[in-house]
Design a protein around this ligand. Sequence first.
Ligand code: AGP
Length: 616
Amino acid sequence: MCGIVAALAREGNIGPEVISGLKTLEYRGYDSAGIAVMTDDGILVRRKMGKIRALESELAANGLPPSSQALAHTRWATHGVPADRNAHPHTDDNGKVVVVHNGIIENYAELRAELQQRGHQFRSDTDTEVLVNLIASNLRQSGSLHAAVRQALSQVHGAYAIVAMSECEPGRFVVARMDSPLVVGLGADGTYAASDMPALLHLTRDFLILENGETAVLELDHCQVYDPAGQPVDRVVTRCDWTPEQAEKGGYPHFMLKEIEEQPDVLARTAFDRFHDSEGDVDFEATFALDDAELRYFSRLRFMAMGTSLHSAMLGQMMLAELARLPGETLNASEFLYSPELKETDALTVIISQSGETADSLRAMREVKRRGGRVLGVCNVQGSTLAREADHLILTHCGPEVGVASTKAFFGQITALYLLAIRIGRARRVLAPSAGRQLLAALRGLRPKLDILFGAELKAAVEQAADYLASVNSCLFLGRGFNFPIALEGALKLKEISYIHAEGYPAGEMKHGPIALIDAQFPVIALATPGRTYEKMISNLQEVRAREGKVIALCAQGDERIAREADFLLQVPEVSELLQPLVNVIPLQQLSYQVALKLGRDIDQPRNLAKSVTVE
Ligand code: AGP
């Protein structure tokens, strides 16, 4: 998705800081970049197709005058091909107003036709250029940029996060948001706006979060937020607890590798402040806002998410059934919108999203609430739309996840859902304090086991398997029970960063179709750690090898039975069946990383992908 960074500084040349902030948003995926600065001679715009370094070369070649007011953008194409002319920022015909925009203006075609009839000339194929000309046209009547922006936004349908500035009003930004995130940063040396907080952490840690339909006027040392009706509102400052270093690579070659290796720390960040050891229970923060009576009231749980978060949702459902004896279902959030309207009052819906901005998941949340249901959000970004609109909230506290391929956030989600299962099991009195204490002790004891996964032995085994896997065109990940969602996650990781086709399947399904694919060129990655499905997995491995299929097996350390059935072995520590997914997913993340590395892929920003899919 696109990235926005805007800054109004007390003094000095703010352009380099804005470009620096834009680089922290590269992970969101984009195809062009641009910057606009306010100068004594009016607004100057520089923009370039390609990566930010292409824009920096342009700036070095053609210069950019110093300015204390700048706004910049990375574009992920929706309307109009990636090209210089379609890159943001966009100005109106007369170059008096400039806008950057995330989102989609759905009725841009008719607005464009109306403006053309009034004599406007368009130089791009974008919906944003329609918006900026609408604003400029309104500005000539209204005399106020804020009024002109509000009037223009009353004429458009769609999702937007915008920053506008005009040479008629230097020293001022007008910002607005609808279904696309935007934050305002308040610093000692300036006032800022961005798509999300990491882009401004080098300038401030204090933020105002805009709600849907709100606008704001930013000036030096002041920001006034206005509600959808245009009335001033007071907004509490949110202090972001992330440090700029957490948002940086910290010496790693890729954010993804850094975030894979952060996972043992994520265990502590997500879990260890929430243990109520004496009672064998869990204490979530006040935002959870569900007491025992309410937790006993719900007769079922429904989980909804997209992508990797859908895989943790599947595990959440399994853990709630196991520990709280609570039936549940898991739905792809985008499918829920088309489901018949049924009774919602007996269910708690758990919406899981790392970014808290995934359009499909947000629409599902709003639909559940419209139907009278209650929503518990499990999210990694405080201040995100999910974090603010859910009735109840568990933050995973993983720190910023920058790599497009989700790793530590998935780990934090499973950890949080394990704690939730204990919390609900204890509230429903189906889990005794002693059982709760055992489950919490098992989680606390996981950390030294996880460290083994980053040792030389497994690293060598992963690299050997990756050498082979990098040579195939397609493969199958198989798992059963708690390992089935991990098989899906391993397949998603491999396909999204190496571009090798991979499917995740419940191992029991193999004979019902996928076995037709097995041959010497079609390998299987099988999760065969101890548990109630172990024996059946051995049969699967034998069926694959009987058809000359290669087997990469993930198994417990020293498991000779599996060793006899596999061509490549990823040996991991054995832990409880419920916690084994937290162990098993890490070698699969490492495997996909190594394969993508060998294939020279853009690991942190895989082609066509975005970190947060804020459009449906
Ligand atoms: C995961 O590696 C992908 N980047 C993608 O499937 C992602 O999990 C999905 O878009 C959901 O994102 P969210 O967790 O921020 O809602």
